[in-house]
Design a protein around this ligand. Structure first.
Ligand SMILES: [Zn+2]
Length: 335
């Protein structure tokens, strides 16, 4: 039914907007960083931890966080899946902006956080990385087991015939169709959004020429990224379930868990009694449920987790000759 269809689209679109606008506030007291450090360290020592990463791990690579302190949500709302499907003008605007922003995304490099996680996979501390980021930086850093929950920027799909095209091939065709276009735009890199889209004025949007699908000619092309209001593909969910089942616990790094597909991983882990650790610069939706939560600069926290010289406070308490020293966990040390 046409009306039902239209209503369904509108409801899905509104739900997507609510998800975009979700603000995560404080929902648990801060935990002593030493307790969080020791707890997360013990999880990693046990091995096979599943890591979930969000925008906070890529900000050091120059990709801004939608929801961070200077988050681009303040000035710009990302497109919803429903707009992608049903609003050709919104799609045109997206591609104009994305054509400009791609140059910045394509130049970004993994940072020490990505490299450390790749190393932790090699040493068995972690089983793999699920990422909410679409920037491809975990693979670039050498991580082998990576599930990009929300897809990546590497390819583009035709919404009419389903044909796939490599993003670089599309970019080359857009260059041919838009001679001199990029040169006319003075891009401020701080205005690039996490999905490679930039803010662009309407005049520049209007003079952009979109190209068609190589197979059917349709201009309804969409990056292989899961947009707000779109479901994670079933095959990807199945891979994720398999990895979750083999993991010993969940460590969330650099995500406020505002989006349900990420938050669900925390709920899944708690449902089967697995430990959950969080490392983030700000509050997360999972703070009240996590076993260990570490509010910190992320690169610094990961560096400390790897630092053998950092004393385990409870070990030091055990070494002291006096009786009755309180260790960091708050119980009486009787050794
Ligand atoms: Zn097509």
């Amino acid at each position: 039914m046409f009306h039902e269809g239209k209503l369904g689209i509108e409801m899905a679109h509104r739900a997507a907007i609510r998800s975009i606008e979700r603000v995560v506030g404080e929902n648990a007291p801060l935990q002593d960083p030493q307790v969080a450090n020791a707890g997360i360290r013990s999880m990693l020592e046990r091995g096979s931890v599943l890591v979930l990463t969000g925008a906070g791990v890529s900000t050091d690579s120059g990709i801004p966080d939608y929801r961070g302190p200077r988050g681009s949500l303040l000035s710009h709302r990302p497109m919803t899946y429903q707009e992608f499907l049903h609003e050709p003008a919104a799609r045109h605007r997206y591609w104009a902006r994305s054509f400009v922003g791609w140059r910045h995304m394509d130049k970004t490099l993994p940072n020490p956080i990505h490299h450390r996680l790749a190393e932790w996979e090699k040493t068995g501390k972690i089983i793999g990385v699920i990422t909410q980021n679409v920037d491809g930086l975990h693979r670039a850093a050498g991580s082998r087991t990576v599930i990009a929950l929300h897809g990546d920027m590497e390819s583009v799909t035709c919404l009419d015939c389903g044909a796939n095209e490599d993003r670089r091939s599309l970019d080359a065709r857009l260059h041919v169709a838009n001679p001199g276009y990029l040169e006319r735009i003075d891009l401020d890199p701080s205005l690039v959004n996490p999905d490679g889209d930039v803010s662009l004025d309407e005049a520049h949007v209007a003079e952009f020429t979109m190209v068609g699908c190589l197979v059917c000619g349709s201009q309804a092309l969409k990056p292989n990224v899961v947009y707000f209001g779109e479901n994670v593909p079933a095959e990807r969910k199945a891979k994720l379930k398999e990895l979750e089942a083999r993991s010993s616990g969940l460590l969330v790094i650099g995500s406020s868990l505002a989006v349900m597909s990420g938050y669900k991983l925390l709920l899944d882990a708690k449902a089967v009694g697995k430990p959950v650790g969080l490392i983030n610069g700000g509050p997360t939706r999972g703070d009240a449920k996590a076993d260990f939560r570490w509010r910190s600069n992320i690169a610094r926290a990961l560096e400390l987790l790897d630092d053998r010289s950092v004393e385990d406070p409870s070990a030091r308490a055990r070494q002291l000759p006096m009786q009755g020293i309180r260790c960091s966990h708050g119980h009486q040390d009787t050794s």
